[in-house]
Write a protein that binds this ligand. Structure first.
Ligand code: UT7
Length: 356
């Protein structure tokens, strides 16, 4: 029965003081598997070269998980570190962004939560490919604003090495494995670390640009037809139309970043660091150029880790803080583009958080 004196409104996102409930970044942790795969190593097994990979992408090495290590393992390692960085193991929601879940079913997040000692908390996966981390932040922030959660662990974790075709030089040289996680807590929009809004979007007409064609209901349903051809084993691998993806990534990340800047009330040249999805240094520079932002504001760590998809932005944030490129009080703009196609941006003033 409803208490007539209870005036709580589930859609009201203001706290008792009348201030808005905003998601505030309170911890950051990352993990990359120890095995480093250099361009030189790849050029021994496929028709490529260190020179091509470096000049076309900016990548010099990536980390690949050893057989037996799955996305959930990397997610747990990064999650533990993010909880340590936040100074508390308490969260009441886990959101895991990944393109490479441990299983098609169930989601990876519940087991990750369980292994982190967070038994019983709601946990779900977000599938937005390289935009997954930004989508995860927005989803978690929505849960905080709605009063569903006080503290949320948002993880981006990937083992792309498990879906790359070792014969395909157009994809195998680009992607790496890794995980990054943040803790978001309910706070005030004026605090450092408060996420200042989101710009999200998708265009499903371009779904074939980045795809693992096989393994889903589309292929299984087709295979059930009496005259169905044998499935192509290559359909189990990740495929990308790189040139077209490049063009859309620049256009969408620039437009989404611009929309986010307007939402935050920031001029492009007032941004201290642009943390874009680490796909290609040429994409990051093209986006900076379109925004009218100096290229040296762009954080680049893809040289060390390659394109880690949903893990890319937290890994870049962590490396930038470790390198002294992001310090408390800095204006940080984040933007991503990925399969779907999807895109998303957010921004914050960097808080006093030490990444682990
Ligand atoms: O994470 C989601 C978002 N992903 C992205 O944003 C990726 C966006 N795309 C890219 O970063 C770039 O398109 C790539 C790095 C994937 C490719 O660079 P590109 O400058 O667009 O090269 P291309 O595909 O036009 O290929 C140029 C040439 C081709 O040879 P021909 O046709 O000119 O003879 C390719 O066959 O380079 C060849 N090529 C390679 N050569 C040596 C393609 N891959 C390689 C390779 N090594 N690994």
């Amino acid at each position: 029965m409803t208490d007539a004196t209870d005036t709580t409104d589930a859609t009201d996102t203001t706290d008792a003081s009348g201030r808005g409930r905003t998601a505030v970044l309170a911890g950051l942790g990352t993990f990359v598997p120890p095995r480093v795969v250099t361009n030189e190593e790849l050029s021994r097994t496929m028709d490529t070269s260190d020179e091509w990979i470096r000049t076309r992408t900016g990548i010099t090495q990536r980390h690949w998980a050893d057989p037996g290590t799955a996305t959930g393992d990397l997610a747990v390692a990064a999650g533990e570190r993010a909880l340590k960085s936040a100074g508390s193991g308490e969260v009441d929601l886990v959101v895991l962004a990944t393109t490479t879940p441990d299983h098609p079913c169930p989601a990876t997040a519940p087991e990750v939560a369980f292994r982190l000692g967070l038994e019983g908390v709601p946990a779900y996966d977000v599938a937005a490919v390289c935009s997954g981390f930004v989508y995860g932040l927005a989803s978690a922030a929505g849960a905080i604003a709605a009063g569903i959660a006080e503290r949320v662990l948002v993880i981006g974790a990937e083992t792309y090495s498990t879906i790359l075709d070792p014969q395909d030089r157009t994809t195998s040289v680009i992607f790496g494995d890794g995980a990054g996680a943040v803790v978001l807590r309910a706070g005030d929009p004026t605090e450092p670390g408060a996420l200042l809004g989101y710009d999200l979007g998708s265009d499903g007409s371009l779904k074939d640009l980045i795809i693992v064609p096989g393994g889903g209901s589309r292929q299984r349903s087709a295979a059930a037809a009496a005259d169905a051809p044998e499935p192509d084993p290559a359909d189990a691998y990740f495929a990308m139309q790189g040139k077209s993806v490049f063009r859309h990534a620049v256009t969408r990340m620039a437009a989404s970043s611009q929309a986010m800047l307007e939402r935050a009330g920031w001029a492009a040249d007032s941004v201290d660091r642009f943390v874009g999805h680490q796909a290609n240094v040429r994409i990051l520079h093209a986006v900076a150029d379109q925004l009218g932002m100096a290229r040296d504001r762009t954080v680049v760590n893809l040289d060390r880790v390659g394109n880690t998809s949903a893990a890319s932005i937290p890994l870049a944030l962590s490396d930038a803080v470790a390198d002294g490129l992001i310090t408390p009080g800095d204006r940080v703009l984040m933007s991503a583009f990925g399969g779907g196609v999807t895109w998303g941006s957010t921004a914050l003033v960097w808080p006093d958080v030490t990444p682990y």
